[in-house]
Write a protein that binds this ligand. Sequence first.
Ligand code: HEC
Ligand code: HEC
Ligand code: HEC
Length: 130
Amino acid sequence: MLKILFLFSLVLVVSSMPGVAGAEPIQHHGYVVNAQGNSRECLACHDGSMAKAVSSCLNGRCPVGGSHPVDTPYPPAGHEGEYVATVSGSIRLLNGQVTCISCHNLQNPQPDHPSVDLATTNLCLNCHRK
Ligand code: HEC
Ligand code: HEC
Ligand code: HEC
């Protein structure tokens, strides 16, 4: 019961934060974070200060050896034909843009919290036609 009350008050606190659209508080490696956070919210920790710097993803391992842009329009103007027209519901865009939670779902307990099941689904082909 206390736990439920605690979680409820957490929801109230986070959802009353100014500028936090669609807040979804979740336990994340010892912190309560917004599972619908924008890249700025993620990078507040993932700049190496409190958690692994995301550069290990964006500049290295993540999109198989390349870097990947975030906060960029989906699909990019003039390149619509190269992208899947309507992305599946598990690929979330924020304000029509690719962001961290397009590829990550903090609710998914699998390693690296991918937004799709990497064992059965090619993450990249959810957006890229090839
Ligand atoms: C309050 C700080 C904080 C915020 C905000 C935060 N994280 Fe994290 N995250 C962590 C910590 C701590 C870990 C544990 C691994 C580490 O220390 O780097 C972690 C782990 C991860 C991992 C898994 C890394 C692995 O080794 O499996 C991913 C992916 C991740 N976070 C993505 C995100 C995304 C996407 C967001 C924004 C929606 C986010 N995080 C917001 C602190 C944070
Ligand atoms: C285009 C998809 C994509 C985007 C966008 C993306 N990631 Fe990732 N990220 C991945 C994948 C895939 C992995 C798993 C890497 C691997 O195991 O090769 C990963 C790994 C990570 C890890 C673990 C890195 C490690 O060294 O263990 C963290 C932390 C992370 N991402 C955070 C973020 C944050 C924060 C953002 C937004 C600034 C972001 N990611 C944007 C696909 C993405
Ligand atoms: C949520 C949709 C989405 C997913 C998932 C996604 N991408 Fe992308 N990707 C984009 C968009 C949109 C661009 C174009 C960004 C731009 O030009 O501003 C892009 C650009 C790229 C680029 C070109 C980068 C550059 O700076 O020119 C590469 C390489 C790439 N993606 C690889 C991958 C790989 C590999 C994966 C899977 C791990 C992946 N992408 C997953 C949407 C996605």
